[in-house]
Ligand binder design. Structure first.
Ligand code: IPD
Ligand code: CA
Ligand code: CA
Ligand code: CA
Length: 261
């Protein structure tokens, strides 16, 4: 029932998003430069919340555009109605709906769907992760130097010591490919299915990573904060990897890069 509602909510949001395909989209700015929100983010969010409320009116909901709809419940839905809004506003088909469900403060279900390329990722705690119903697993890459990485940058907060730009430069100077897709949820989903070996980002919100971190864990990978400690989506930093390179990756992000051989 919980999973059916999740899948139904994602499908309803996808129909809303695709409905705007050939229409002009109203775009506005949130605080900060280029921090966009479109009318489609709101339409997607409404479709999702309507379905959750029909099925589970007593559940707690946290969603990017409408905030915290607090209820006294052991279940909490964490929703990003469009992750990759800047891409979406520019008609770049790298964006998705991302929803995680917590039970007793543990993420138990997650779904990430990119309707433009029809990739539907689902994770269920203890039951693995799938892409379009087929089981997925993380890569087998053994070291960071040969890895293909992905990251993202916040709208502000870039220049701090060991902040996003410094860490990015560290990888690039050593010739490690680091992609930047513009959707943290897709970054995590693509680590889960082995396209990327690792992902790090300094400043995410719970809705960016709620579904994705469960996907990576259920696909056999490891997710921690920026210091290698257990991960919580309620703090900003994240490192996700195939697990094999995780310790080494944490050291790279901290600034302890091995000497060139
Ligand atoms: C953003 C994306 C991006 C990340 C930003 C997020 P949004 O989410 O996940 O990859 O770098 O920090 O805010 O605003 O497109 O939902
Ligand atoms: Ca997001
Ligand atoms: Ca969003
Ligand atoms: Ca946003």
């Amino acid at each position: 029932m919980l999973k059916n509602t999740l899948l139904q909510a994602v499908q309803a949001a996808a129909s809303e998003i695709l409905r705007f395909n050939d229409l002009d989209i109203k775009i506005s700015n949130k605080e900060g430069v280029n921090n966009l929100v479109t009318e489609v983010d709101h339409a997607s969010e409404k479709a999702i919340i309507d379905i959750i409320k029909q099925n589970f009116p007593e559940h707690h909901i946290l969603s990017e555009e409408c905030g915290d709809l607090v209820q006294d419940s052991e279940y909490k839905w964490i929703i990003d109605p469009i992750d990759g809004t800047v891409n979406f506003a520019h008609r770049i088909p790298i964006c998705c709906i991302s929803i995680g469900v917590e039970y007793q403060k543990k993420m138990v279900l997650g779904a990430i769907y990119n309707p433009f390329i029809n990739e539907f990722f689902v994770a269920e705690r203890g039951k693995g992760a799938t892409l379009n119903d087929k089981p997925i697993s993380v890569s087998k890459k053994e070291n960071v130097v040969n890895a293909c990485m992905v990251t993202g940058f916040p709208y502000t907060y870039l220049d701090e010591p060991n902040g996003p730009l410094q860490v990015f430069e560290r990888f690039i100077r050593r010739g490690v490919p680091v992609r930047r897709l513009g959707s943290a949820a897709i970054d995590l989903a693509w680590v889960a299915c082995g396209r990327f070996d690792g992902f790090y980002e300094h400043k995410l919100q719970a809705w960016d990573s709620a579904a994705g971190f469960l996907l990576v864990e259920e696909a056999g990978g490891t997710v921690t904060d920026l210091n290698g400690r257990p991960y919580s989506p309620y703090q900003p930093g994240i490192i996700a990897s195939n697990g094999i390179i995780h310790e080494e990756l944490v050291e790279w992000v901290k600034g302890n890069v091995p000497a060139k051989s």
